[in-house]
Ligand binder design. Sequence first.
Ligand SMILES: Cc1ncc(COP(=O)(O)O)c(C=O)c1O
Length: 388
Amino acid sequence: MSDMSSGSQLKELALFGGEAMLPEGPPSWPLADESVHRALESAFADGSWGRYHGPHVEHLESCLAEYHAVPHALTCCSGTFAVELALRALKVKAGDEVILAGYDFSGNFRSIEATGARPVLVDIDPLTSSLDVALVEQAIGASTRAIVASHLHGGIVTMSALREIADRRGLQIVEDACQTPGGRVEARRAGAWGDVGVLSFGGSKLLTAGRGGAIVTTRQDIAQRAKSYCEQGNNAFPLSELQAAVLLPQLEELDGRNAIRWDNAELLREQLRDINGLTPVAEKPPESSASLFKMAWLFDKSTWTVDRDRFLAAMQAEGVAVDAGFRGFTKRGSGRCRRVGHLTNSEQAAHETVLLHHPVLLESRSTIEKVVAAFHKVHQAFSEPNAA
Ligand SMILES: Cc1ncc(COP(=O)(O)O)c(C=O)c1O
């Protein structure tokens, strides 16, 4: 989406003539935080930017542990690797099965395969875009060892129910909170329900260092195994001192910014309710609040005169950072995975999900209103006359 940031490009793209609703394009990310600037200067001044070891990684790990109210946090090179690390720390191995939603980040499927284990696909709950916990029990077989549960697009997996099943059936949980750092899932932080929780610090993420990831866990044995796997004599998958230095001030801002994102998301959701071809996903559940990396809708083709791609192109031409969701795994062959049931909701999510990227959710009320106007403008141009 970064390629759409220039106003002239937007004019060229404009599909309806006239000026785009957000002619300046989508807000850029990351923010130019003064606190991050100071952290960079300080890492320069003390030389930690160029060292293997320094104070920042250790400090970040202790802040992440405290923030998630768990005793252990370990940083690493990416969220993708953190999922694999989590599975390895849980001793998942060749011949095992790992339950995963049929619609999820593609790297999670590969991380399971990297351990030699086989993914078992379970459908999602269409209201949350995330693993449907009610379907998990019927997916458990003799070789099942673990469950990867990702909170996606502002949706929350009901972790207390999943925890109960896992404990009763002797399974372990990797809770992927890459899309919801700082989210609250009932009484805990997202990530703190799993045997291992996973975070990403990738370039588009709410906490960003360009690249990076972490795991959090209450269990000493898991923390120890993860550390041994990472170190393997040469600390092969580290987060750098400089990355840790820029993440520390962002962690302090996270809760405040998450609250602003939710308020703006609620406003957007409310103001777009009359567009019946876009069904909002992930309304705020009463006791939980995900943090919003992406805000999602399902695009009902039958009420539009164009397909999802054309809708997205028109919105992008208006300067709004929207994109399609994940492809999901419903087309993966039975040689690579076992599927449980029809995965109808996962298939629907793969075809219909429309995602709004988070940076705009920190913008002013007037920018949010322009986003609303862009949705309405595109809807007016492309809605089926009988569906309005
Ligand atoms: C749900 C989920 N898990 C894991 C990742 C991987 O994180 P990273 O980009 O840091 O490898 C992502 C990235 O978007 C994600 O959305």
